[in-house]
Design a protein around this ligand. Structure first.
Ligand code: T46
Length: 143
């Protein structure tokens, strides 16, 4: 995943600092306004992804900035900026993907040991979500 080129707008790869040569396990570090490009106001994670048919996301954010990581296992992240689409296999805990503003995203094909970590620059606000693709495209056209 680290070598892929991001083709959609408002995204990018975020590289964590890591020490992976410890005999007792690895250490991965992100620091706000250093490798994480914003101040972190909220952290959430998604686990227990045992249902093979799970399909999450299906929304875009108006203002929110986030970085998404797969800290264990793997899943497929689908990004769509309204013009370009990209499928990313998330399987490397040292690299995150920026979910910037107005980027429709879905998450699927989770391994049963998958754990997703998200860092966000703001608190949860349902009013920031565009939860229908139609509204997302209309919102993009208004801008
Ligand atoms: C995103 C992707 C990557 C809260 O009450 N507080 C929160 O901080 C979050 C994240 C969610 N919720 C509530 C809202 C829904 O009633 O939890 C419920 C499930 O949320 P949602 O269906 O949006 O979950 P995902 O996995 O589809 O999306 C989440 C984030 O919501 C979203 O911002 O970008 O992960």
């Amino acid at each position: 995943m680290k070598t892929i080129k991001i083709k959609v707008k408002n995204s990018g790869i975020v590289k964590m600092q890591f020490f992976d040569d410890f005999p007792d396990g690895n250490l991965v570090i992100g620091e706000a306004r250093k490798n994480i490009p914003f101040d972190i106001r909220r952290v959430y994670y998604i686990n227990n992804l045992f249902n093979k048919k799970s399909n999450r996301g299906h929304h875009a954010h108006k203002k929110l900035e986030q970085i998404i990581f797969c800290v264990n296992g793997s899943f497929v992240l689908n990004l769509d900026d309204g013009e370009n689409k990209q499928k990313i296999i998330m399987d490397n805990p040292y690299y995150g993907v920026r979910l910037g503003q107005l980027l429709w995203h879905t998450m699927e094909k989770f391994s049963s040991d998958c754990v997703i970590l998200v860092l966000a620059n703001d608190y949860y606000k349902e009013s920031d979500y565009l939860r229908s693709y139609d509204k997302f495209i209309k919102y993009l056209k208004r801008k």
